[in-house]
Every structure is written in C-alpha cells, then in structure tokens.
Design a protein around this ligand. Sequence first.
Ligand code: PLP
Length: 457
Amino acid sequence: MTPEEFRRYGYQTIDWIADYLARPERYPVLPSVKPGQLTDALPARGPEFGEPMDAILADFERLIVPAMTHWNHPGFMAYFANSSSEPGILGELLAAALNGNGMVWKSGPAVVELEQVTLRWLRQWTGLPEDWFGTIYDTASVGSMHAVAAAREAADPDSRTRGTPPGLVVYASEQAHSSVEKGTIAVGIGQDNFRKVPVDAEFRMNPDALAALIERDLAAGLRPCCVAATVGTTSTTSVDPVPAIADICERYKLWLHVDAAYAGSLMLAPEFRWAFAGCDRADSLVMNPHKWLMTPMDCSAFFTRRPEILRNAFSLIPPYLRTPDHPRALNLMDYGVPLGRRFRALKLWFIMRTYGREGLAEILREHVRLAQDLALEIDADPRFERTAPTPFSAICFRYKGTDDENRQIQERVNATGEVFISGTELHGRFSLRIAIGNRGTGSEHVARVWELIREAV
Ligand code: PLP
C-alpha cells in the first residue's frame, strides 16, 4: 500500500467508524447469523495473491459487520455492557501504527512509562494506595491468575523451581468469577484445592464460613494460601465484606486478592467508595477499564502492594533479553507470563485525558441511576420480583412464573434486535439480568427494554 493509498483508505475507514459510532443502532444488537454461516461465506483457502483494499472493505461491510454482536449498541444490556469511545479508538489506531512492544524498557520506553503513568493516575482517581505497583494485562482472568501465582510464591518460594507443592488451597465465594478457579487450575494448585465459600442471602461471601473452611483445611494438614474477594460479582454485583476477609487473611497470613473487574471503575466516583472499604489492605486487585471506562478491548489494570513477590515468581532473563540495570528502567516482562505487550496504555491515556475523572464518573453515575430507576419499576409491577439487591448498574429479576417462561421472555426480547439482555441462575432458578454500562444507553433505551419485557409477558 502506498502512503497515498493508505491515506485514502484511512480517511474512508475513519468515516465509516464515525458513522458507525454516531448510530450503532442501525444494526441489530444481536446478529441473525447461524453458527458457521460466516465461515461458509468465506473462502476455504487464503488468497495466493494480494487483493484490492476496496474488495476487502466491501467484504468487511457485507460479511463481517452483519456477523457482529454490537457491544457499542445502546440496547446492549447483557453480561457487563460496555462501549468503546472515539479517543480510545484513536489511541488504539496509533498504538497499532507505532507497533510498540513493552517487553523491556529499552524495547519500548514510552510503552513502559506511559503504562506506569496512567496506572498512577488511576490509583489517584480510585483512592488505591499510591505506592502500589501496577501493570496492564489483557484481561482480569489473566490478572487473577497472576494473583494466584503470587500467592503460591508467597506461601512457598520453592514452588517456582520444584513445582506446586501438594496441599495449597485457594478460597473464593460461590459467586466469584470462574477465572479465579481457572487461575487455580493454571498454576497447578488444582480444582480439588479450590474452595467455594458459601454466601449470605445477598450473595456476599460469609466470612465465618471462610474461617471455618480455613480451620478445617489446616486441621487436615493443608496449606491455605489465597483468598479472592469480589467487589461486584458477575451475576448480581454483590460486594464481599472485604474488611472482615482482610482480618482473616491477616490472621492466617494469606494473600488477599480483590476481583473488582466490573465495579472497580466506580471508585472514580467518591460516593461509591464505600463498596471498596478494606481494599487498601489487599495484596492485589484487578479492575477492567475495558469493562466500564469506555476503553476498547482489551485493557485490565492489575495492582499489587508486593511486586517483589510477583517478580520472584516470574523473572527469568535469558541472555538475549539482558539490559543494563537502571533504577528507573522497568522491565515489565519480569512481572508476569507475557513477554510481548502491546501499547494498551496509549488508549487509556487518550480516554483519561479526554473525559477526565469527573467526566467518566458522571457516565457511571448515570448508568447506576438508570438501573436504580428500572429496579423501582420492576418492584412496582406485581408480576415480577427482583432476585438480588441492585447496588450498582445490573438488575436481576424474574417474571413470577416458570424458568421456561422467563427464558422465553428473554428470547422474545432479544429476537427484536433492539436490545440484548442476559440471564443467570440464582438460588437454583433462572433470573433475567439487565446490565447498563454502554455510554449511549439512556432512559429511552431502558424504558424500551422494560416495555419489550412486559409485551413478551
Ligand atoms: N471478574 C469478574 C467479577 C467479572 O465479571 C469478569 C467478567 O465479566 C471477569 C472477572 C473476567 O474478565 P475478563 O474478561 O477481563 O477476563
């Protein structure tokens, strides 16, 4: 591609993106494709010779876009809804252009230093301790896996050389995200040594049950090493009692990891800080700008008060990566599994500067307000019941009928293409679940989803 061609197609692509972001709802939020349909529509073999960009862009619009689930659609209210943003996209575009790689300071001084600067800003904005260390991974799943690996290192520094010793145990609530259990599998502690701590009626970890499980495991000769608390669980956004859990971790000398993948962004708004009480006593914490800070996939911020443990667990420097020591030259490859790392901080920096803390906090407040209003509407309709408290922007509720009827409601509503809602299982029964987190979602979209649900009934 010549510079002139790049310029032409670049302008054309930016025009497409601008139109798309101006009105993502021109597409159905859920595509009407069948599994395998896109695969069948594409050639079975890659082209032997290059094709013109006009043809590629035409196929992008004809084949790829219709097979997308549109996370940017304001009717997207499934999982943890989120959205991209113009400054984030520009940052991502430039990161791809620079093609930086922050494996060591020398391989990408700006990649490494901007990551540290944006995470310092994030610590200030969230009220997390300023002296914590931060690094950006792709996902919270990877962050939590590193937390479990650090816990293993702290409990048994020989595990790095000899392998995971038998008997280490990890604890998280029944409502914790599956990624914590996967991390336990990945670092070789094993599912048999992962305890799902019971929760109370509001889906929060029961600290007495945690302490009892730890005592039972100690009596059996096992070695508890890590507790993962969640602020904002995936199904109901419940908040584990972190101060009580921190007391237990201190008493038994266990690594405390906080999974705040979704709710962590709310720390930007001081009125939600109550939910994070005790988090400053954690050993590590993960939060996802790609969930609720208008950041395109992917960008997950991992913080730890004990970076030396992470470093002991993962630093391994082959001769071809040796660089001169300098107190300010951080080599991020020492703090985890990945060597290569893309310039994720660039998009985060663009977003933080464009919106400012207050601009982002204002969007989150509005999402919570919309969810609280909808919760009141649901409470006012005798045909429905809420199945969990609604502390933030996700509402779990059900039609007072059978699980099948609730699933049919979900299917009918989603089939309209106007909205996308998900479901979960609470107390053994199916619940509908609406999560508000897309920056384009306004009261009209919330009114519409509620109307569609009542029509489906
Ligand atoms: N933790 C919680 C509480 C989540 O809700 C999720 C995803 O929704 C994750 C972790 C996993 O996040 P990621 O996709 O970044 O791995």
